[in-house]
Design a protein around this ligand. Structure first.
Ligand code: GLA
Length: 706
């Protein structure tokens, strides 16, 4: 298990370096990410390198037992770069060119930037090839800066020509072999508002426009920009691999509230997925948010262990507020990431900076020094992580998955569509949180991924479904899969064209419905729901509703917000209807048998309680349950599986009361044994090496230090 964080010795003198060495030993740090923003000190002038301090750092860390995740510094080009290549500075959507003085100031499509980035990456790899400290490469930092300049425009045209076919010999997206520009015109619907292009030169990024931009153009630009940044990553990766083919290469994905990269395609190019995760909420919702981030990272990495590259020790800076992590939270959060498949616990950063834009960002060693609550907790965490070495490499099985689809996110957040106020992230988070509350572990899956691995799939916020995606979902349900689709599903195809004949387009038969009309609900407005026609069909036995389905069913007392739909059942049964308003008496939630499977459709955003009941019902019907049944509220339980049948049960008590859970094994953290029942203190955690699996089930105490 890797434990440590970003380490920036270039911000400090040698006296502090010696103190760092001692404190890292004290805290049990075994990993440091070095060089993330060091370009201006590594290459003070173009082509002139100063590796002295980095040589010393790597040697020092190595002798101190600390492995290095060596970063390329390309997220922050030095000032000399701006003056030498002003054309490589980014331009905003409305044409403002940005200048150095912050970070991430470059255009990822500018040839001069790309060449300089690949050059410094190659120079670093050449210099440190064979250095025993270098355990992993960390290319760049949190790719995400978007640009709308002329370099970006030229690269966009190239990307479009490849996508839609090159002139009259190309096949185009529709495979007809028509001219690529004609295919582009069709895909972007340019007959609307006189946007037809008669030459490639006319095609631009979606820069600031007078009124609503073309949604297909905007979607393609998002796809293109993800690919363009990825191409830059691959250039650096390949420059590195030429010198150190044996060292894995990654980059730290940023899990922000905006989406600028398709992490499925990025995950195919990195050797291991690494994420930075800063909670969206410090309260109870933060626990579900943590699981949401971790479950995505694991899924992008194909279920294999992944890297938590950054988290925060004590404060989280959001755009509009500062969140505070309470004492004890650092350990519980960190064990939460490990529970869901991370093999590392890393922070931004080791030592709090004394100057610069982020000097008040928390760190493992705060401004006040090591004699502090934070550093003491860091040391306790280091000790805990060192006891969990045997868990490394194990995996987290899941029976349930949820769609994660950058295309749908990008399409859904276009201005001008009726769902523009609906945030992709909020919808997916809400369904994932319901599963989290139910204790059900959830993977994420691309709509074209391996759906058949799962008993139940949530097609949440699946506003865009390609023809291939629709076919894959149809095959999945026909073959016995269970799916829950949320409102607005399948409204558009991959070109961002509306589906004709009723939504969800090609999936109408699967769901046995036809959505005729949508009716967004004004902010704050709710529409009551009522169970309808479900009496005696057995759903009540699944524990859906205290009063039985006939007395309210899935939706008894519940309501919808945000959105409603006039939908017609064409084979589906009605589980709940709208109880009032213009849609009174019309179906709100339906279920359909299709082939050997079941397809649920939810036409509004359900309140939390109703969503919980629906999620529990769908999971129960699909045969997917919690990791441990009957866990007290606020107790999170996840199991990791190792080879030879070994398993570890992670129990996180987020509640304020002691919790008792049915479990047997040895707690690697405390050394205590549990035989049938495990008690976990309020706010506490336990990691049980479970009895009955593999060796050392004899209660002999914690594992040796890793
Ligand atoms: C990101 C960056 C770090 C730092 C932190 C602060 O994760 O990678 O460099 O800015 O945010 O929250």
């Amino acid at each position: 298990m890797w434990f440590g964080g970003d380490y920036n010795p270039e911000q400090w003198g040698e006296k502090v370096w010696a103190a760092d060495d001692a404190l890292m030993r004290q805290a049990g740090v075994n990993t440091a990410t070095v060089g993330v923003f060091s370009w201006s000190v590594l290459e003070p002038d173009e082509g002139r390198y100063d590796f002295g301090w980095l040589d010393a750092t790597l040697d020092r860390l190595w002798h101190n037992g600390v492995r290095v995740v060596l970063a390329t510094p390309t997220a922050s080009p030095p000032p000399w770069f701006t003056l030498a290549h002003p054309d490589a500075m980014p331009v905003t959507r409305d044409g403002t060119r940005l200048w150095h003085g912050s970070r991430d100031t470059y255009c990822a499509a500018a040839p001069a930037y790309r060449a300089a980035a690949a050059r410094i990456a190659g120079a670093l790899a050449e210099r440190y090839a064979g250095h025993p400290a270098v355990a992993m490469w960390h290319v760049h930092n949190e790719y995400g800066t978007v640009c709308w300049c002329d370099h970006a425009a030229a690269a966009f045209r190239g990307w479009l020509q490849r996508r839609y076919g090159e002139g009259r010999y190309g096949k185009g997206l529709d495979g007809t072999g028509r001219d690529g520009l004609a295919a582009l015109n069709e895909a972007w619907g340019t007959a609307f508002w006189s946007q037809r292009y008669s030459s490639w030169e006319q095609v631009l990024p979606p820069r600031a426009t007078q009124w609503l931009p073309n949604p297909s153009q905007v979607l393609d630009y998002s796809r293109f920009w993800s690919d363009e940044m990825l191409a830059g990553f691959c250039e650096q990766r390949d420059a590195i691999r030429r010198h150190t083919p044996e060292v894995p290469v990654t980059t730290n994905f940023i899990l922000a509230h905006y989406q600028v990269a398709d992490f499925w395609s990025w995950s195919r190019e990195v050797d291991v997925v690494a994420i930075d995760h800063y909670l969206g909420s410090a309260g109870p919702d933060g626990h579900a948010d943590l699981a949401f981030g971790a479950d995505r990272a694991r899924s992008w990495n194909g279920g294999r262990p992944w890297v938590l590259m950054e988290q925060s020790t004590s404060l989280i800076y959001r755009r509009d507020r500062i969140l505070i992590k309470e004492p004890g939270r650092m350990l519980r959060d960190s064990v939460g990431y490990l529970a869901r498949g991370s093999d590392s616990v890393m922070f931004f950063q080791w030592r709090a900076s004394h100057s610069g834009a982020e000097m008040f960002h928390p760190a493992m060693v705060p401004h006040a020094g090591p004699d502090t609550r934070i550093f003491r907790e860091v040391c306790e965490l280091g000790d805990a992580v060192s006891r969990l070495g045997e868990v490394a490499g194990s995996t987290v099985p899941a029976d349930v998955a949820m769609f994660w689809d950058a295309d749908s996110w990008w399409a859904l957040e276009n201005r001008g569509i009726p769902l523009a106020e609906v945030r992709y992230l909020d919808l997916v988070r809400a369904d994932h949180a319901a599963l989290w509350r139910a204790g059900v572990v959830c993977d994420f899956v691309h709509p074209l991924g391996e759906l058949s691995r799962y008993r139940l799939v949530f097609a949440t916020a699946a506003y865009l479904i390609s023809d291939e995606g629709a076919q894959a979902l149809l095959d999945y349900v026909e073959g016995g899969g269970h799916v829950v689709m949320s409102f607005g599903g399948g409204m558009v195809d991959a070109r961002h064209h509306a589906r004709l004949g009723g939504y969800p387009g090609p999936l109408r038969d699967v769901f046995g419905i036809r959505v005729e009309e949508f009716r967004p609900l004004p902010p704050g407005e709710t529409v009551p729901l009522a169970g309808d026609g479900l009496a005696g069909d057995g759903l009540a036995d699944d524990g859906l509703a205290g009063g039985g389905v006939a007395g309210g069913g899935v939706a008894g007392g519940g309501h919808g917000t945000v959105w409603s739909e006039l939908l017609r059942c064409e084979g589906a049964e009605v589980l709940a209807s709208y109880a009032e308003g213009p849609l009174a008496g019309h179906p709100a939630i339906t279920r359909n048998s299709f082939g050997a499977g079941t397809a649920w459709y939810v036409s509004t955003q359900l309140d939390e309680d109703t969503r919980d009941r629906l999620v529990a019902a769908a999971a129960a019907e699909a045969g997917a349950g919690p990791v441990v049944a009957g866990a007290p509220p606020g107790v999170e339980i996840v199991r990791r599986h190792g080879d030879a049948g070994r398993s570890w049960l992670f129990v996180l008590n987020h509640s304020g009361a002691a919790a008792v859970v049915e479990a047997s094994g040895v707690d690697l953290l405390s050394g205590r044994s549990a035989d049938g029942q495990l008690e976990v203190a309020p706010g506490g955690v336990a990691v049980l090496r479970e009895h009955g699996f593999g060796a050392a089930a004899d209660g002999t105490g914690p594992a040796g230090r890793d």
